[in-house]
Design a protein. Sequence first.
Length: 306
Amino acid sequence: MPGARGGEGRGCTPPQGIKVPVSRQLRNILVCILFFLVALSLISVKLHAQHGLSFVEAMMVELTAPVEKGIRLVVNTLGDVWRGYFRLVGVQRENQQLREEIQELRREMNLYREAARANQRLRDLLNFRESAASMPLLPAEVVAFDPSGWFQTVLIDKGQRDGLSRDMAVVSAAGVVGRLIGVTSHYAKVLLILDRNSSVDALIQRSRSRGILVGLGDGRCSLRYVQRNDDVQVGDQVITSGMGGVFPKGILLGQVEKVQRGDAGLFQTVDVTPVVDFSRLEEVLVVLRSAPEYPEEQRRGRAGRN
């Protein structure tokens, strides 16, 4: 019938809103959480209102107390971890600052140590200068060594503007270093006594035996043309003789290391170890002289050749 059909049509009309389906498991979890919060609120109110607890309330306390304890433990643990993290970050920053301070202190200590050693070397040069007051000396600093390795030479930071010229003697606090072989306005080249081209008239200090000290090019020297019968012993000191007009007399050259006398020949072989440590040479003294001093016979011979 029409009325029945109309009623059926109205009963089948869909709702205006859209219902979102909620799972049964999620609904149960929400109900439990709500129940737990309500129970906590009621217990809190009861605790403030009266001193005693009912059986139900006691059961609720027994059930919820472990949960509260666990929550508090988790919160405290997280707080400790968080605070420990920030404390660790602070410790790392402090360690970095301490490492930088240690590096700075090491640099300063190295500078102080180097200054102390330089002061000692300069003090030794000053003592030598005072002991050789009769010689005009000019201090200079070694700025370069010969890079080729073929020659035993060094470069010093004094030149013609400082009054230097060729064939001036160069010494250190220990003894003879060499002589000038080239001079520019601001620098000068020194030929060391180690070089094969170097030759210095020398004496055995103890016996006054004479010879020529030449370099061997390998850090050692040899005293040549020493008479075979001259008294030379290992440990004797070798000094400059003053002959030749370059090196003043009496400056230490080295020490006799080895003596060989063959069955034949006029001369004996004498090995000499220089007293100057050329591997650590940093400061030197130049003996200032206006011109080389030659004996009268040499001056006449030079004048005749000129």
